[in-house]
Each structure stands twice: as structure tokens, then as C-alpha cells.
Design a protein around this ligand. Structure first.
Ligand code: GAP
Length: 497
């Protein structure tokens, strides 16, 4: 992760927001390449999810909505995380990410140890337990640790559990609920009547506008309403770079189905669609898996939730959640707004509230996944046959920030430069392309490898003196072949869609 974060900063993909003021935790900026990459991901999703389907329409709703929306959705009462404070260090922890265990030697308690959630939580707790045993000079056999998180701590145990910040017990508070919605005030008054929230998900925009979309007459069950937009969550512990941040972007779609439809089949179809889409933007199958939420952990209205997981360098984590939400959301909005959220069934001549399948994913999480999957450092041979290291980002041509780099072999030959610039201008009409004439050609290829450009074309003397063809160099294989304008355009048409 450190290497990747360093590359993102060096090549100005992604970096801390407000860096000149020391940054602000949980907020990020996208530089020129990052903004292109993110836009390409959004555009691919929008094309595949909305434009290329007849059953889904796209909308854009406001970030601040009527506060009743969030009462109806349950976010005001229940969008909380359990929070634990360390009174000594002023650090805050998510209770379900702070683990502890009682250290018992030959049946006798010698104290407690704690560790934050990581790939090594169990090892860290065991090491800490051994250290505590040594420190207290206790002889005997250390019993296996029963690891729990802070939401499972008994009240009497809390004062005995050491804070990860200080290593000492006595400063951790009992977990309390913390609402993650960012609150603001609308208008000049800052009293209770003006309280509003920055949306914590885009989904409620689709539910609140359900009736308006149905009334346009453009949709018939089953159909979907999709949206891409910013969401905000005051995460207690934003972490792992852009994996969990406080301002992020979501791509969500609510697929409305008949109340009697086979929801499990539809749910499965959407899980498969999401997985195939991730493959289409270049994520390898080997890094993807599925996690079915256990029935007992689902919200009462939920019929099933499956997450598509991705193997990040910091562990296997949720990338995309596909939830079968029943008719809960529309029913709630009908109850809170008084406006019926029904559809008329021509077959049975009955009105009913449709059920919904919701695939919800974060754009930033996909950005991180494609960067993690694509990043590689390799030993390769240079022009003279000696070994050198190359850094390469294997991004799919669909989402790569730059599709083609156009390189004149020499910058002091006006005829090469003129031909290269003409090709560059032609490609630029349709694609993000890059023109580079500085440095040795090998160095120029390496620069493009590092930012994930799938192809470089080099204009050389053969181009102007012979048949107009130029060298096409492929990023992944590093193979080179000669190609003409039309063939290049056909290649781009096929691979960048
Ligand atoms: N409407 C349902 C919903 O919002 P969620 O699982 O809370 O469900 C959906 O969020 C997706 O949004 C997640 O799978 C993840 O990709 C992304 N996401 C959620 N919280 C995020 C955060 N703090 N930072 C970045 N992405 C986040």
C-alpha cells in the first residue's frame, strides 16, 4: 500500500485534501490522472448500467434532501457506529474494530491486552499477552485467548482493557452510538428547525423520486433507477487510503420488481452482472470473491445481502454490496410522506408497492481496487539487453487515464514532430491522449507504463519516408509492431468502449 500511495502522490493521481494546511483526515483530492481514471470508471458504469439497457433510467438528486427523508429511511435513528473514546489520548475508536482478550495463566487472570483490527490482530494480541505475562513475572501456561471486540466487553472489564494509544488500562469509555451523518443548517437560522444532513447514501434519492419517475410513463416493471453521486459519512476511523473516507462517491441502482417476482433469482442475476462488470474493467477473477451476510445479521426487512469482496493488500474487503431490500424503503416513504408509492398491476388490476434489489458500490473503492490489482514492479531488459526495473500499472484500456501516448522519435526533426502532432490532434477528438517528445524513447515508454497507458505510438523516419506506418508498443507485453492510422483507430474502437 505504501508504494502505491507514493506512486499516486508522485504521479498526482490521488492525494490528501488541503495538503498545504496539513491535510484533513478522510478527505482526498484527485489530480489530473486520478480524475480521468475516476471519470472513466463512472462513464463505463453509466454506459453499461443506464445507456446500454432499456430497463434502467438515470437520475441525479440533490445532496441535501428534506430531513424527513432520513427519518423515513431510518438513518436518523439507526445510522450509527459504536464509538469508544480514550480519555487520556483523545483518540477515538470504532468499538467493533478494537479487539481485546483477557490474559489467563493456569486459570488465573493476569490482565487484559488490546489491538486494533488488522491482518495481524490475533498475532498482536498473543504477543502482547506473552509480554504481559513476562512483565508480571508469572509462571505457568498461557491459556488460549478468547478474542472479542469492544462491543462484547462486560461493563466490569472496560476499566481493565488497555488503550491502544497509551498501552495502559483505565482510559477507555464504554461504547456509545455515534450517528455518522454530517449535519448542517439550511438558511439563516441555526436552530433545530433548520437541521439538514449531507446524504450518507445516494439510494434515498431514487426512492424519494420513485413516484416522479413512474409518472413519466417511461418505465414498466421490472425497471431500475440509477444514480452516481457524492455521499458523506463521518466515519470514526477513516483508513486504508481511499478505502474508507468521509466524502466519497457512490454508484447505486434500485431495481424495482413485482412483489411476487422471484427475488432470489433477480438478486443472483445482479450479483453476476456486477461481477462481470468488474471483470470488464480489468479486475482479475482471482482477486474477487463473494460473501453472503448471515441471516441473523441482516436488517429485519432485508431478505439477503451479498458482497462482492476484493483482495486488497490490507485484506479481503467489501467492494460492492448487492442487497434484496424488500419493499421497506418505499413503504417507509409512503408512511412518512403520505404519498402512495404504488404501481398499478394491469394483470391483476391491483396496486402494490414494488420490491427492490440494490447493487451499491463506491467509485473510490473501485479506483483503489484497479490500482492495487494493476500495480506491478518487474525486471525487464532495456535496449542494450541489461536488466532494469519497470513499474507498470496494468489498467484496462476502458478505464486507463491516457489511452495512447504519441511520441516523435526525435524532437529536433520538424517532419517527425509535425506528423506526430497531426496524429495526436486526430486521436484527441475522441480519446484522452498524451504527446511526449522529451527524453530517450525507452524512458518515455517507462513513464507511460507507470501511469497505465496501454499503447504508445512512435513516429519515426519510416513513417514519413515509407508507408506512413508507425510503431505501436503494447504496455503489458512490451511487444512492438508496425501499424497505420486506420488500424490504430480500429484497435481503439474495439478496446475502449
Ligand atoms: N445504499 C446502500 C449503501 O449505501 P453501503 O454498503 O453502506 O450500502 C455501498 O455502501 C458501497 O459504498 C460500499 O460497498 C462501498 O463500496 C462504498 N462505501 C461505503 N462507505 C464508504 C466509505 N466510507 N468510503 C468509501 N466508500 C464507501
Amino acid at each position: 500500500m505504501e508504494t502505491l500511495v507514493a506512486l499516486c502522490k508522485r504521479r498526482v493521481f490521488i492525494f490528501q485534501s488541503s495538503e498545504i494546511y496539513g491535510g484533513i483526515n478522510g478527505f482526498f483530492d484527485y489530480g489530473p490522472l486520478g480524475a480521468e481514471l475516476k471519470k472513466n470508471i463512472r462513464d463505463c458504469w453509466w454506459s453499461d448500467m443506464v445507456r446500454r439497457r432499456d430497463d434502467i433510467v438515470g437520475i441525479e438528486t440533490s445532496i441535501i434532501m428534506h430531513p424527513r427523508v432520513w427519518e423515513a429511511s431510518g438513518h436518523v435513528a439507526g445510522f450509527t457506529d459504536p464509538l469508544v473514546d480514550c480519555k487520556a489520548s483523545k483518540q477515538r475508536y470504532r468499538a467493533d474494530q478494537l479487539f481485546f482478550a483477557q490474559v489467563v495463566v493456569d486459570g488465573r487472570s493476569v490482565g487484559y491486552v488490546s489491538a486494533l483490527e488488522s491482518e495481524r490482530t490475533a498475532e498482536e494480541l498473543t504477543e502482547a499477552a506473552e509480554t504481559l505475562k513476562r512483565k508480571k513475572a508469572v509462571q505457568g501456561k498461557l491459556e488460549p485467548l478468547r478474542i472479542r471486540d469492544m462491543t462484547e466487553a462486560e461493563p466490569g472489564e472496560i476499566p481493565l482493557i488497555p488503550s491502544p494509544a497509551t498501552g495502559e488500562p483505565g482510559s477507555l469509555t464504554a461504547p456509545r452510538s455515534f450517528n455518522m451523518m454530517f449535519q448542517t443548517n439550511v438558511g439563516a437560522m441555526t436552530d433545530a428547525s433548520s437541521v439538514a444532513y449531507l446524504r450518507p447514501e445516494t439510494a434515498q434519492g431514487m426512492f424519494a423520486d420513485f413516484k416522479s419517475v413512474v409518472d413519466t410513463g417511461r418505465v414498466k416493471l421490472p425497471f431500475g433507477i440509477a444514480q452516481i453521486g457524492r455521499s458523506f459519512r463521518n466515519e470514526i476511523t477513516p483508513r486504508n487510503f481511499i478505502f474508507r473516507s468521509r466524502e466519497f462517491e457512490q454508484m447505486e441502482m434500485e431495481y424495482f420488481i413485482h412483489e411476487d417476482a422471484d427475488w432470489a433469482k433477480c438478486h443472483r442475476e445482479w450479483i453476476d452482472w456486477c461481477r462481470d462488470w468488474l471483470l470488464s474493467i480489468g479486475l482479475p477473477q482471482a482477486l474477487l470473491s463473494e460473501y453472503n451476510h448471515p441471516k441473523e445479521k441482516l436488517a429485519f426487512y432485508s431478505r439477503g445481502t451479498t458482497d462482492i469482496m476484493f483482495r486488497f493488500p490490507f485484506g479481503v474487503q467489501e467492494l460492492w454490496g448487492i442487497a434484496a431490500r424488500g419493499d421497506y424503503d418505499l413503504k417507509q416513504h409512503e408512511k412518512f410522506s403520505g404519498v402512495p408509492q404504488v404501481i398499478f398491476d394491469e394483470a391483476t388490476k391491483r396496486k402494490f408497492i414494488p420490491h427492490v434489489i440494490e447493487p451499491a458500490v463506491g467509485v473510490d473503492r473501485i479506483v483503489l481496487a484497479v490500482l492495487c490489482a494493476g500495480y506491478a514492479e518487474e525486471e525487464v531488459k532495456d535496449d542494450k539487453g541489461s536488466s532494469e526495473k519497470r513499474t507498470v500499472l496494468r489498467l484496462s484500456p476502458r478505464i486507463a487515464p491516457v489511452k495512447v501516448a504519441v511520441l516523435p522519435l526525435l524532437k529536433n526533426k520538424p517532419e517527425l514532430v509535425a506528423r506526430a502532432r497531426a496524429l495526436y490532434k486526430r486521436l484527441q477528438r475522441k480519446y484522452a491522449v498524451f504527446y511526449d517528445e522529451s527524453g530517450a524513447i525507452g524512458r518515455r515508454y517507462r513513464r507511460q507504463d507507470e501511469i497505465g497507458t496501454p499503447w504508445c505510438v512512435t513516429i519515426d523516419f519510416e513513417t514519413i519516408e515509407k508507408d506512413g506506418t508507425f510503431t505501436l508498443r503494447e504496455r503489458d507485453s512490451m511487444k512492438q509492431r508496425r501499424i497505420g492510422d486506420d488500424e490504430l483507430l480500429a484497435l481503439l474502437e474495439e478496446r475502449v468502449y
